[in-house]
Design a protein around this ligand. Structure first.
Ligand SMILES: Cc1cc2nc3c(=O)[nH]c(=O)nc-3n(C[C@H](O)[C@H](O)[C@H](O)COP(=O)(O)OP(=O)(O)OC[C@H]3O[C@@H](n4cnc5c(N)ncnc54)[C@H](O)[C@@H]3O)c2cc1C
Length: 478
């Protein structure tokens, strides 16, 4: 066990660096990244990773072997390049053989099944093991109203499935980009940004004046006055609004928490606008609707505080999923093309600090009983800090208003460490037909690509545990 402990410490100490995506490593290569402050010993004590026997207790050995094999394969760069190229090729992804290969490999690791029923079975399995599940009907952006209506029906059935699962075991997540055509979200976001700059601008379609942007929000994406929405666009936006409200109301009626994903800056103001409309309608007594705040944005903290003040004034409860943000390269590319500073923090350390600061702010709201928070992260340091802060504030460990969340197939070590410490933990469970999930699989494969990828900490823990079990079985000692 001494060797295992040393190895775990080594894995933990290199973790912040190990999780840098390659493009970020390239961008920061010349500038040394300050090391993350080591968590205090009490923070380490809350989440235990060193005793892998306890960490993985109840997890069958074949499952651990399968997970290690999948993560190991994903760490082999050339293999991932070949697999993602195959998935991107319509000839391969569209063929029965290509789909079967994807289903047997990455799909099996990262996805909960093809149907809501299969995803529900995954929630039940997680629930028996002390965790919950977030049903994520895997669809990509909608181009027109027809696609939006089909997607809305898919989300509604996810809510119905979640409602039949054991109480408290399941939530549902949605993407507004699947409920409102992308081009319209872009236009509405432009108008919201222009109104921030020119408060007298009248937007006849707006149904609430809830704060969406803050004084520090970058407005560079809207350099000149955008055209007003046409009557047809206003009608389309109204339909999108109705679809969002219908999903929110369904969740409220059935007591199922709803998490709304955040996207890239060009469409996010309109997403926040529609999400807040849902929260105003459904969060009076319980936090049903949770918007997402991306801590990699420079204005994240200010917007979060503005939003918290706004909901308090409106006498509704705050619901927030906190993430770091997934569109780093895209935001940097758009800003560079416009010749303006990126809306994303200048370094990963600033993003980490912003995440941990926003988490502390939200935990204080949970303590006061006015918010429900989902801390969605694979970062061990953030998990440790938040767990320690929650303890300091006296938030009971099983409080349902504080959830941690990780994606299926990722950061299982952190999920189990948090669960073992008594916190509420859920896994994001994407489901849907293989061909529908391909873009998601490519994103996950790329995130885990390379030896220093997001999965290095988990591979380390799994290896330690498998060696320990092997020694216990064959040699009769650990
Ligand atoms: C349950 C769940 C739900 C999610 N939902 C969403 C969502 O709705 N919308 C969304 O955008 N993302 C979402 N994500 C993805 C998330 O935003 C992150 O991309 C991913 O989780 C990695 O971040 P991390 O907190 O695990 O930390 P780490 O892996 O430690 O940090 C990596 C993150 O740091 C940031 N970063 C990296 N390099 C730099 C740099 N040079 N400068 C500044 N910042 C940098 C980036 O945000 C990067 O993703 C979700 C993740 C989870 C687990």
């Amino acid at each position: 066990m001494a060797i295992a402990s040393r190895a775990t410490k080594r894995a933990l100490s290199t973790f912040a660096a190990a999780k840098l995506p390659e493009e970020a490593i390239a961008a920061t290569a010349a500038v040394p990244v300050p090391l993350a402050p080591a968590p205090a010993s009490s923070e380490r004590a809350l989440l235990q990773f060193e005793d892998t026997g306890r960490l993985f207790a109840g997890e069958p050995t074949p499952a651990l072997l399968r997970t290690l094999a999948a993560l190991q394969a994903l760490s082999v760069g050339p293999l991932v390049d070949a697999a993602t190229a195959a998935l991107r090729s319509p000839a391969v992804a569209g063929s029965a053989l290509g789909r079967a290969a994807a289903r047997a490999t990455a799909y099996r690791h990262f996805c909960a099944g093809e149907t809501a029923g299969e995803a529900a079975a995954a929630v039940r399995r997680l629930w028996r093991g002390g965790m919950g599940g977030i049903l994520d009907y895997g669809i990509e952006d909608a181009e027109d109203g027809g696609a939006c209506d089909r997607n809305a029906a898919g989300f509604a059935s996810a809510v119905d499935v979640a409602a039949k699962l054991p109480p408290g075991s399941a939530s549902v997540c949605i993407k507004i980009t699947a409920l409102c055509p992308i081009a319209l979200l872009e236009k509405a976001s432009d108008l919201l940004r222009w109104q921030k700059r020119h408060p007298s601008l009248n937007l006849p379609w707006k149904t609430h004046d809830f704060p969406i942007l803050s004084d520090s929000s970058p407005l560079h994406l809207t350099a000149s006055e955008p055209p007003a929405l046409s009557a047809e666009e206003e009608r389309e936006l109204e339909l999108a609004h109705e679809r969002v409200l219908a999903v929110c109301a369904r969740c409220a009626e059935r007591g199922v928490p709803l998490l709304v994903d955040a996207e890239y800056a060009a469409v996010q103001p309109a997403i926040d606008y529609l999400t807040l409309a849902g929260a105003l309608a459904c969060n009076a007594e319980r936090s049903i609707v949770h918007g997402t705040v991306q801590a990699y944005l420079r204005d994240a903290r200010e917007r979060l505080e503005t939003m918290a003040r706004g909901v308090e004034r409106a006498r509704v409860r705050l619901g927030v999923k906190l993430v770091r943000g997934a569109y780093l390269a895209r935001e940097a590319r758009v800003a560079a093309a416009l010749g303006v500073p990126s809306p994303v923090h200048g370094s990963i350390r600033e993003t980490h600090d912003c995440y941990n600061g926003c988490a502390a702010f939200l935990l204080d709201r949970v303590r006061r009983g006015s918010a429900s928070v989902v801390l969605a992260t694979h970062n061990v340091e953030s998990g440790q800090l938040a767990a320690a802060r929650a303890e300091e504030l006296g938030i009971p460990r099983g409080d349902r208003n504080l959830q941690f969340a990780q994606l299926m197939g990722m950061a299982d070590g952190l999920s189990l460490g948090l669960r073992n410490a008594g916190f509420q933990v859920s896994k994001y469970l994407p489901y849907g037909p293989v061909e529908q999930i391909v873009p998601y699989l490519i994103r996950r494969a790329e995130e885990n690509r390379g030896l220093l990828s997001a999965s290095s900490f988990d591979r380390q823990l799994l290896r330690e545990e498998l060696v320990r079990r092997f020694k216990a079985a064959v040699l009769g000692r650990e």
